[in-house]
Design a protein around this ligand. Structure first.
Ligand SMILES: [Zn+2]
Length: 339
């Protein structure tokens, strides 16, 4: 068996673990509902349990380290989870120290959106590009930027908090307290909210029939739009316009070779794409208009394989990222000595 990394993706609802090969293939996966309100010690206990399960299943595995991603804010260099809003009782937890002492292995920590960006860049939709912006649109909006072969970190690793860039002066208040955040107007949650407001229970609309007369979700909107429902199509168009405005900002800021859209709402990418592109065409300066905008390819394993690749491909934090050659991702792992 080739060299592997243990990878963990710590989310507010689910904790995922995997054994990942250098070529990005997932050899084994486990998961558990995160004990999100039980505090950091309980969750670290879960990580250890899942790691033991994976290692017991694959006693032959040559594990060289642990790649871990978690919600921000976190400091990837210092290895500290600063205080994610979705995990109770996590305040400045030195996760790298704790896990490396527990397992006697090198550990790398990265923000979950950055890890997913790295996964897509290295093994997914972004293969072969120099720079990309990854945007995940689901409950909220997050993102990561690969710029000239580096994850763009900024001070304390806090860069690319894409969901909280202000793109309008009005609308619903964001959970961060501000008004007009990208996430507050364009997340899947926001789309569901627009649809819920537009309809009423029992009005016979397709949106309310799909939701059994409960609150309408983004998934219902996409489903109704696919069925040709006019109201849902309008909502999708409005959503795509907001995404197009946000993406235009990202093009101007980072000048990527590619924008990759992931997250739950990327299931409706084909419906959203024409208006996203038309909006960019209309708003971006000429030089930025031909940048491709594509759906993510790795789904919910992007963060896992990205985090694993920090162990399997990188040197010290802060060094330039090793570029994966196309043949290596298609023909599987090569020996690490060549990297
Ligand atoms: Zn916000």
């Amino acid at each position: 068996m080739s060299t592997l990394a243990l990878a963990f993706d710590l989310g507010g609802t689910e904790l995922r673990g995997a054994l990942v090969e250098r070529g990005g293939d997932v050899v084994a996966r486990v998961s558990a509902p995160t004990l999100a309100v039980a505090g950091s010690e309980a969750v670290i206990g879960q990580i250890i349990t899942l790691a033991d399960m994976l290692l017991k299943e694959h006693p032959q595995a040559k594990v060289t380290g642990i790649g871990m991603c978690a919600p921000g804010p976190l400091d990837p260099k210092a290895g500290i989870v600063i205080g994610p809003p979705t995990l109770a009782g996590w305040h400045n937890v030195p996760l790298i120290d704790i896990l490396s002492r527990q397992f006697g292995l090198p550990v790398r920590l990265e923000n979950d959106a950055n890890a997913a960006a790295l996964g897509e860049w290295r093994f997914g939709a972004g293969r072969g590009t120099g720079s990309l912006v990854f945007v995940t649109v689901s409950t909220g909006i997050g993102g990561g930027v690969i710029a000239d072969g580096h994850i763009y970190h900024g001070r304390r690793g806090l860069a690319a908090e894409i969901g909280h860039m202000t793109i309008t002066g009005e609308g619903d208040r964001c959970f961060c307290g501000a008004v007009g955040c990208f996430e507050a107007v364009a997340s899947g949650t926001a789309l569901g909210r627009w649809a819920t407001r537009l309809t009423t229970p029992g009005d016979g609309s397709l949106l309310r029939r799909l939701s059994n007369n409960g609150d309408v979700s983004a998934r219902h909107v996409v489903e109704a739009a696919r069925a040709g429902d006019v109201a849902a199509r309008r909502l999708v168009e409005a959503e795509a316009r907001w995404l197009g405005i946000g993406f235009t900002n990202l093009l101007h800021l980072y000048s990527p070779d590619l924008i990759v859209m992931g997250g739950g709402l990327s299931n409706g990418f084909d419906l959203l794409a024409p208006t996203i592109r038309a909006t960019v065409e209309h708003r971006a300066m000429q030089a930025y208009r031909d940048v491709p905008i594509v759906p993510a390819e790795l789904g919910d394993r992007a963060g896992l394989v990205g985090a694993a690749s920090l162990i399997l491909w990188e040197g010290e934090p802060g060094t330039a990222l090793a570029m994966v050659q196309n043949e290596e991702t298609t023909t599987g792992a090569r020996e690490a000595s060549q990297g």
